[in-house]
Design a binder for this molecule. Sequence first.
Ligand code: NAP
Length: 432
Amino acid sequence: MRVAVVGAGPSGIYAAEHLASEYQVEVDVYDSLPVPFGLVRYGVAPDHVSIRSVRDKLAQTFENPMVRFRGNVSIGRDVSAEELQEHYDAVVYTYGASLDRELGIPGEDHQMSIAATAFVRWYTGHPDAIDFSEYLTSTADVAVIGLGNVAVDVTRILIKPVAELDQTDIPQHVLDALARSTVRRVHVVGRRGPAHATFTTKELKELGEIPGVDVIVNPADLPTDIAQASAGNKIVARNLDVMTEWSQREPEADKSIEFHFYCAPESMDLESGVLRVNTMKIDQEGRLGPTGEKKEISSDLVIRSIGYRGEGLPGVPFDQATNVIPSLESAVIGLEHSYVAGWIKRGPSGIIGTNKKDAVSCINTLVAGRNESSATSAEQIDQLLADRNVAVIDFDGWKRIEAHEKKLGQSRGRERTTVHNLDELIRIGLGL
Ligand code: NAP
């Protein structure tokens, strides 16, 4: 049996691992990028070194001769979903959710209003990233909209002293841009309150530990009874403890992170450096509604961090309302021998580990439904890609890229430095 996995992020690699180790199935893991690891490389913040090192554990899967990495192959462009179905016994879609969501408010199309997804791509060195280097040199106030872990990551990277980043693998041009940054204040803006935020406590707490940066929380936004407000949710209770301690601190630094809870973005006028919000309240029934009052938040740059969104792939069913591939127990509805796991199945939530359980259950469903193999040989799909002049990067190619990144980093006194240029990644990956 031979299976194709589309997307070499954690979900795809966990799926490949289970197929190869548990069921001795041959797997080809495709990715449109020349490097594997998905959001572990292009989502996890550079200063979260230990989470990024999950990469090394994931890489072990490709050491198994049953598993091949097929990087720099775009499904839908280089090879179609139909062709994958012809060549493999089953196809597993695990390509995640990479698009951003919009607020739909006036002024949002201004150049200085950007998506967190784009900003994250920039600071992690994604080859398709927009270069935001110059955005930070004309900016003192940044508003980050959203109360999730991505908002926390973006806030931390914006305000953290660069000395704390230079031992990470952050791309050199990003480190240089952050060193020139004029950002002084980050305003974290949420339409609901501290008890409704989706931060995890470890990530939230880090904001209060950044040297030279105050964290400002208005005590009036905090519930007086944490036990009641958290309603048995331990993460919420811990978050409220952290924020309560912050609300009692005296500001003393010249940089700050200020939380603006119960503020729903209404419009932005970034020529004048203003984000306008409606202040909100939650009524007795728990419904969120405007108080009727407005507030202005100084913002030279607005970064909306309101969630990721999945996109469809030609030839694969897609639910436009929920932005996922529709499935029943991981089997794609409306497409034979096709399965789905990760964010493109469940939507953009959960931590890396959440995807392991999901991928394992997906593969168990796949294997339970398998028939006699009708897959073509590995040589046939390789020949098809070669005939189309697709420069496939394999796992040895990744190792060449990794060795190059380590050498590059060490030449600058860093452990490794991420290469962000696509042509360069492909050239190094091909050993040219
Ligand atoms: P998220 O946790 O879903 O947070 C999205 C935020 O956007 C929420 O606060 C939401 O508020 C807000 N929002 C949505 N629509 C809005 C609107 N129209 N106006 C104002 N606010 C709006 O998503 P995320 O931060 O993108 O994170 C995605 C997943 O990755 C999460 O599971 C996260 O934990 C994970 N992640 C983990 C780490 C880590 O572990 N270190 C790091 C990064 C990401 P409402 O609640 O009011 O809708």
